[in-house]
Ligand binder design. Structure first.
Ligand code: PLP
Length: 638
């Protein structure tokens, strides 16, 4: 980097480098101080808080890295936005009914999230979707508003159905969405027995297929929902029981993260045909539940990839409303209440994973001797000569030679013909050749195929204090990418190309794909780190699914969690703090008994005292350290 570059780099350059103004959706930005800010709408004005200030506040509260930070305001914003956008679409199109959202609990079941959705959502009658008995219990306990729906999806046993019927008895609008004809029989039977009139929905298996990762959730082979034959059976069961008037809702879910608006329109049109025919069969209906699928623009490309969407929230709402109108109006069927089950779009922006960098591994040569040692084999001499002779004209040839000499040198080491120090000198020359090639590549008109991935091969490895498996399971499991960037030093040009490794001893425990508006990147530009100052990175938009699906690989447990609420004057309060799992916690998850482990260790220490290996005082110290570790955080502590 030249002095000139150093002077001209600005926080705006950083914003472009990381695409934050595209994927940040106005909620995250870079300040003049070169720090990532989180922005909330305070009525007429906006307020921004630096993430670094929040990190400092958490440090004072002894919430050490890694921390999952939840910005509660973003939850409220998301609920407001979807409800207001539907209300606006309904107003502008003259649609004859209202919108009722439900949040699918499975997308983030954490109690503070559900509590906040239930509390804030009340003003819009925003309800909850439950896919299991446990989730139904949560919904029944959390929702106080009698106009907020509870939509019960998933396979239901007797207990599930009875719980739902109790909710109806208490005046909660609880709708059973039937997935199989057998379920319909169960609901009819249990509701008769309890003397409670159920509200029933039918989940359709639509023919419409969608783009994106979850395309299998739609089409004939989708796992859930009734095919046409089963739907007719279910309707006939209701008719025979004299309960067709209980069929109130038509439901479909085409898949999560639908990138293409055309698929959404097509799905609604198909579902409306079912709606029309069910009304003609005599069902009152009145609700159309369009499921989830509203996508998040994870990379900020506005539809450039499957991690994105080619529509805005407003467009989504208008298209939904219009598609229903256009389908039902010619048949003169009254407009239903529109229900949607947006999960991802409601919570993704709320959570940010914050972690610090512990160390960096570089693919750069160590100190090189002025000339190869006297006893150096030809391979080492040749590698040294390549460093001098390499130019833009002979790059490919030099690269091929360097690879050949390195392999030959390593063979000599395996045969015991050279010693460790000589191998190291040779490898250093090899790295010097590669680094020089990397510097020359921009001068080439066409990069040879074999060198296309050289930047990735030479990228630094930044070791982060987190676990991919615990905190970003979708990155590992389904190839989802998230925006990642430093939260400070953004007024300084990042000069290193890097990937990020986590703390687990697993080759999948790394982030080597990064969401970006111009397309996914294999490396991330980062700043050089120093031992004296912490370097903090953040992974954004991790509020949906990540907390729920995380696992205990290498026994790294739940991270510390903090929720902040940003006030109208631009200050913030830490409204919830939760210490992450202790080592004792994670050990007990895998059926160890921490007390028993301690007893065993104490016996070992006692034996060592008897054998004269350690003193009693040392025994006490060791026992103290053991029990302190059991109470400690599973992540790296400075
Ligand atoms: N509803 C149902 C039935 C689902 O299976 C899902 C998730 O796949 C959702 C809603 C939430 O979808 P999304 O998070 O895309 O809004």
């Amino acid at each position: 980097m030249t002095d000139k570059d150093e002077r001209t780099w600005t926080p705006d350059d950083a914003a472009r480098q990381y695409g934050i103004r595209e994927w940040g959706s106005g909620l995250f930005d870079v300040s003049d101080r070169g720090e990532v800010t989180v922005t909330v709408n305070g009525g007429a004005s906006k307020h921004s808080v630096s993430l670094l200030d929040i990190v400092e506040a958490l440090r004072q509260r002894e919430l050490t890295m890694p921390v999952l930070l939840r910005v509660e305001n973003h939850l409220d914003t998301a609920i407001t936005q979807i409800n207001e956008a539907f209300a606006q679409a309904i107003r502008s199109t003259g649609y004859g009914n209202v919108y009722r959202g439900v949040f699918p609990i499975k997308v983030n079941q954490q109690s503070h999230i559900i509590e906040e959705i239930a509390r804030f959502g009340e003003r819009y009658h925003h309800g909850l979707e439950a896919g299991s008995k446990a989730e139904l219990l949560v919904a029944m306990a959390m929702l106080r508003d009698r106009d907020s729906l509870i939509v019960c999806n998933g396979y239901k046993d007797e207990e599930f159905v009875e719980l739902g019927l109790r909710a109806c008895q208490l005046g909660m609008p609880c709708i059973f969405v039937v997935e199989t004809p057998e379920e319909m029989s169960l609901i009819i039977e249990r509701s008769r027995k309890l003397g409670v009139e159920p509200m029933i929905g039918a989940r359709l298996k639509l023919g419409t297929k969608v783009d994106g990762h979850w395309s299998e959730d739609s089409g004939d082979r989708s796992l859930f929902g009734l095919n046409t034959q089963q739907l007719i059976e279910a309707v006939d069961l209701l008719k025979a029981a004299g309960m067709l008037h209980c069929l109130r809702l038509v439901h479909f879910h085409l898949g999560s993260q639908i990138p293409n608006i055309q698929n959404i329109r097509a799905g609604i049109r198909e579902a409306c045909r079912y709606y029309i025919d069910l009304v003609e069969e005599g069902a009152p209906l009145g609700y159309l539940d369009i499921g989830g699928g509203l996508a998040v623009d994870y990379d900020g490309s506005s539809g450039g990839s499957q991690q994105s969407r080619n529509y805005s929230l407003q467009e989504y709402c208008v298209d939904v409303v219009e598609a229903i109108q256009e389908s039902l109006d010619p048949e003169q069927i009254p407009h239903p209440i529109i229900v949607s089950e947006s999960g991802r779009a409601t919570v993704a922006y709320t959570s940010v994973l914050l972690f610090n960098i512990l160390t960096v591994s570089k693919f750069e040569p160590g100190p090189l001797p002025e000339a190869p040692p006297e006893d150096a084999p030809d391979e080492v001499r040749n590698l040294a000569a390549l460093v001098g002779s390499l130019s833009a004209r002979n790059i490919q040839e030099c690269y091929n030679d360097a690879v050949y000499y390195l392999e030959s040198l390593r063979m000599q080491f395996k045969r015991g013909e050279i010693r460790l120090r000589m191998r190291s000198i040779g490898e250093n020359y090899y790295l010097a050749v590669l680094q020089k090639i990397a510097r020359l590549l921009p001068e080439l008109d066409r990069v040879p195929m074999v060198l296309e991935n050289l930047t990735e091969q030479l990228a630094d490895i930044y070791y982060g204090n987190f676990s991919v498996f615990q905190s970003l399971p979708d990155f590992w499991a389904i190839g989802q990418t998230f925006p990642v960037m430093p939260i400070h030093r953004l007024d300084e040009e990042p000069t290193r190309e890097a990937i990020i490794a986590d703390l687990t001893c697993d080759c999948d425990g790394k982030i080597d794909r990064f969401a970006h508006p111009e397309g996914e990147k294999p490396t991330l530009r980062l700043h050089p780190v120093s031992v004296d100052n912490e370097y903090y990175l953040a992974v954004f938009l991790v509020g949906a699914y990540q907390e729920t699906l995380g696992d205990l690989h290498n026994l790294f447990g739940d991270t510390n969690v903090a929720s902040v609420r940003i006030s109208g004057d631009g200050s913030f309060d830490v409204v919830h703090e939760m210490q992450g799992d202790t080592i004792a916690d994670v050990l007990s998850y895998v059926e160890y008994e921490p007390d028993n482990l301690f007893r065993r260790f104490r016996n070992t220490a006692e034996k060592a005292v008897r054998e004269g290996r350690i003193s009693v005082a040392e025994r006490q110290q060791m026992l103290g350290a053991f029990s302190e570790s059991l109470r400690g955080y599973t992540y790296f502590e400075r």
